[in-house]
Write a protein that binds this ligand. Structure first.
Ligand code: FAD
Ligand code: NAP
Length: 847
């Protein structure tokens, strides 16, 4: 057995270079690295084809971790070409002096876990073996080309090139008949670049792609220096943006805009170039097929404008997949290339390629002769580079077997059953939609912190648990299913570009801010979901989020919303009101307002007398309003065929306890006396509230019993019950998601205003709960008030009150007001509907 190292790193791309630097120079570890290529650069070492360049601006598609590196490099183009990116990575490698850690031209061929010694045994293709406590895979997602599918390539008598292993020597295409197979990002870059060089260029296209302008241009000398010196300013907020580049946020939903407005916004970002067309136009294009069609048709129109021959234009217009369901390519003069008389487009969807022949390409309908064939047919993405490491984990577990049904991982960083193996930019990481250098830095930093922790604690094994992997897999899949991505066909996003490869969620599509927040939470709680020496910490709340709730949280993080508990009173009130934008609009109906007590009365167009709901809005007793409750009350009235009275109450801290409970009880008493004038049945009143409003509803139910006001029911939507409750949920969700214990305590403090705590604020303290109206208690899994609400439901039941308790998994406090973005809120309405219907029946039976 050869040498032993603390860490073996595999790969010398963006990830490997930074990983070696981090582990060796910052953690002081003994690091050996391997790279199959002859030098550093990874993707940019291999992909030397004509026209190769990046599609995030170079000032963003570069490292951010070092002030010196950012200042020291000037980019000559907005989107640098491959030679310049490679030169940059070589320069970085020298600056960090990391080349000496690598053995180049050396491929790792097997990687076996030795459980007894708690270390990895790594074999390379030069016959050497070494061992390491940790392996950090930086093998890249797009580093193994798709296997050629066409028989006969070895018989071709001309020159055959693969874009992903392009020769280092210049390839002269002048005067030659050239074929390009493939029209993904790579094919498009090659075609537009060589169109003017080849004598004849034939493009074999199976699926047209939605290419949009890149907007590349040279950067003049003064601007280059300015960019390098102002890197901090230019990159500020990058990581808070969904894709890790500070592009403009979108202008709301496309479906809410007029055709003219849509056209104006699409034109604007089409002209600005690159990913802006996707991320800066409209918020719904990636989520809603109908919205997506607006941008898809816009791109088709632009293609038809640019390509002169209508038949060729029609062939170039994609119609079989939504825009961005495949990674969008970007172009410079691509479509104009087809106007050149010597450039031909061959549709191999209708007549597939059958073989490469000694003289060219044969399709099912025709043979073509070429001097040069260029294969731009893509990659076996994410999984193949890792499978090629020949990984065997605990008990000889083969990665192939583990991944038979598609890849699994926790955060993309670890695979259960493979201890001490860390993956940078692995399957189910955020990297596919997150600017890679920044995604890489985040992953490497996370892994370095985990290693530091393991080393400090003398932890022999650090591994993801199977449960955490499953939870993460569910979240990745759930989020992806909310987008149009699964409607793609043949995309590497879903593993579908490789025949026989499992169709699955290959990446986390929740965006950079959410991914980063989840990683931070996991580290903060002591690596929740990981087992350290086989002792696992619980999977943190954010990994258990409902996918839609997760996406919403991600977009809030992207808006750089301050944490709730750091907001002042005005800001809390503004946030509460802004929740209206997250609600589905309520149906139109007759609405009356009364002033004493202040209330809005929602009257559906049904024959009465109707059941009555008295509703109290949420907002922690310090915020919220009748406006906030407007859409929910309309919906409650409509769905339940009920009169809904939305009652105003005075807010703290201006009006502390008992103002709110007095106002809400006064409203209830008024309703009992007067609701028949509005078509309501005073014998069928259900008192209902959300959050703090639910606390007020619970107290109102007690006061009603004591005052002899008959109630048909009480609906408590995640009620805070007692400020002094000491529950597991208060601890577990102290930091959120969304709603924190600190803001909860502030709200209780403002409400009570120093008053003594009685049953009028904390209903569980009532001397008896017997004789109260039947209750429906709705709780949320990831909510500080969950346990006190469920305890209260238990106490009601013990006192003989009929109780229904309905807990909603994966949701956080406040979601009732987020119905437009969290579809499962409709389950809460359904639960309420069933309960209100039963209340009606009970009363009817009693009558
Ligand atoms: P890589 O750069 O792929 O490096 C992995 C290295 O590991 C390779 O050099 C490989 O030889 C080595 N390796 C793999 N297996 C072994 C083994 N068993 N033994 C030894 N060595 C091994 N992303 C963007 O965000 N923006 C872009 O504009 C962009 N443009 C791209 C253009 C092209 C043509 C391609 C193919 C990809 C592009 N990407 C882009 C994605 C790109 O792969 C990443 O941005 C980034 O370069 C990946 O860095 P990495 O270090 O993770 O992996
Ligand atoms: P790709 O997007 O998977 O495209 C492969 C192309 O080859 C597709 O047009 C595909 O057609 C075609 N193809 C594959 N097998 C075929 C067959 N048997 N017959 C006919 N056609 C076949 O691969 P890529 O273009 O190399 O891009 C991969 C990723 O690399 C990109 O998505 C991007 O992330 C990255 N990249 C980025 C840039 C950049 O702009 N910076 C440049 C290059 C690559 P079908 O669609 O019909 O399968």
């Amino acid at each position: 057995m050869g040498s032993h190292y603390d860490v073996v790193v595999v790969g010398a791309g963006f990830a490997g270079l930074y990983a070696v630097h981090k582990m060796r120079d910052e953690l002081g570890l003994d690091v050996q690295a391997f790279e199959a290529a002859g030098g550093v650069g990874g993707t940019w070492w291999w992909n030397r084809y004509p026209g190769a360049r990046c599609d995030f601006e170079s000032i963003h598609y570069s490292y951010s971790f070092s002030e010196e590196i950012q200042r020291g490099w000037e980019w000559s183009e907005r989107f640098a070409g491959q030679p310049e990116i490679l030169a940059y990575l070589e320069w970085v490698a020298d600056k960090l002096d990391v080349r000496r850690a690598f053995r180049f031209n050396t491929r790792v061929t097997s990687t076996n876990w030795d459980d007894k010694a708690a270390r990895w045994i790594i074999c390379t293709d030069d016959g050497a073996t070494c061992t390491a406590r940790f392996v950090v895979s930086c093998v890249g997602g797009l580093s193994v080309a798709k296997e050629p599918e066409f028989p006969g390539s070895e018989t071709f008598r001309g020159e055959l090139y693969r874009t992903s292993s392009w020769p280092h020597e210049p390839v002269d295409l002048t005067g030659k008949r050239v074929a390009v197979i493939g029209t993904g990002s790579t094919g498009i870059q090659v075609i537009q670049e060589i169109a003017n060089e080849a004598a004849e260029l034939t493009v074999f296209q199976r699926t047209p792609n939605f290419a949009a302008p890149l907007g590349n241009e040279p950067v003049d000398l003064a601007q280059r220096r300015w960019n390098a010196e102002h890197h901090a300013e230019l990159r500020a907020g990058s990581r808070q943006h969904m894709i890790g580049v500070p592009y403009d946020p979108p202008s709301g939903p496309a479906l809410a805009a007029t055709p003219d407005e849509r056209r104006r916004i699409f034109d604007k970002y089409w002209d600005r170039g690159g990913f802006r067309l996707l991320v800066s136009t409209f918020s719904d294009v990636i989520f809603n097929q109908q919205a997506n069609e607006t941008i898809a048709e816009y791109i088709r129109e632009r293609i038809r404008e640019r390509v002169k021959d209508p038949a060729t234009a029609a062939l170039l217009c994609p119609t079989d997949h939504p825009y961005a369901s495949k990674r969008p390519p970007f172009e410079t003069g691509y479509y104009e290339a087809y106007n050149l008389p010597h450039v031909h487009l061959v549709d191999v969807r209708s007549a597939p390629i059958e073989a490469i022949t000694p003289t060219g390409v044969r399709t099912s309908s025709k043979s073509y002769e070429f001097d040069v064939i260029i294969l731009a047919t893509g990659f076996d993405v994410f999984t193949r580079p890792l499978l090629n490491l020949g990984l065997r984990g605990r008990d000889g577990l083969k990665l192939e077997d583990r991944w038979a049904n598609g890849p699994t991982s926790y955060l993309g960083v670890q695979i259960a059953g493979f201890p001490n193996l860390f993956v940078i930019n692995g399957p189910k990481s955020a990297v596919a939609l997150y600017n890679v250098p920044l995604a890489t830095e985040d992953n490497v930093n996370f892994v370095a912190a985990a290693l530091a922790r393991a080393i400090a604690d003398k932890t022999a094994t650090f591994e993801a648990t199977y449960e955490a992997e499953e939870a993460w897999g569910r979240l990745c899949e759930g989020i992806l299913n909310l987008t149009v991505i699964p409607h793609s066909k043949g995309s590497w996003y879903m593993g579908e570009n490789i025949p026989g490869k499992a169709r699955a969620a290959y990446f986390f599509a929740g965006g950079a801010p959410l991914y980063r927040a989840i990683c931070a939470e996991i580290a903060h709680v002591g690596y929740g979901g990981f087992a350290l020496d086989r002792v696992s910490a619980p999977i943190p709340p954010m990994v258990r989020l409902d996918p839609a709730a997760a996406l919403l949280l991600g977009s809030m993080l992207a808006r750089v919303m301050k944490p709730l508990d750091e907001l002042n009173l005005d800001e809390v009130r503004a946030v509460a009101e802004s929740l209206r934008e997250l609600q589905l609009p309520g149906p139109a109906m007759r609405v009356e307002t009364v002033e004493a007590p202040r209330a809005r009365i929602y009257i559906p167009d049904r024959a009465g007398p109707l059941p009555v709901i008295v509703f109290y809005h949420g907002g922690g007793w310090i915020s919220g309003s009748l406006d906030l409750a407007d859409a929910p009350c309309r919906r409650l009235a409509d769905e339940n065929g009920a009169i809904v009275v939305s009652a105003h109450y005075r807010l703290a801290p201006e009006h502390s306890f008992p103002a709110a409970t007095d106002d809400t009880f006064a409203a209830l008493s008024w309703v009992w006396k007067h609701v028949s004038a509005y078509g309501g049945d005073p014998g069928r009143i259900v008192v209902m509230g959300e959050s703090a409003g639910a606390n007020l509803a619970a107290v109102a139910a007690i006061r009603a019993r004591d005052a002899g006001i008959p109630l048909a029911g009480q609906v408590l939507i995640y009620p805070p019950i007692d400020p002094e409750a000491s529950t597991a949920s208060r601890t577990e969700f102290a930091d959120g998601p969304f709603f924190t214990r600190a803001i909860g305590e502030k709200m209780w403090g403002a409400y009570l205003g120093g008053a003594e705590l009685t049953a009028l604020a904390a209903p569980s303290r009532a001397s008896s709960l017997a004789g109260l109206a039947p209750a429906l208690v709705l709780t949320l899994e990831l909510d500080i008030s969950r346990d006190e609400a469920e305890d209260y439901a238990g106490a009601l039941a013990s006192a003989g009150v009929p109780v229904r308790l309905h807990r909603f998994d994966g949701l956080f406090h406040g979601v009732f007001n987020m119905s437009a973005f969290i579809p499962r809120v409709r389950e809460m309405y359904a639960s309420i509907g069933e309960f209100v219907a039963t209340c009606k029946e009970q009363i009817t039976e009693a009558a």
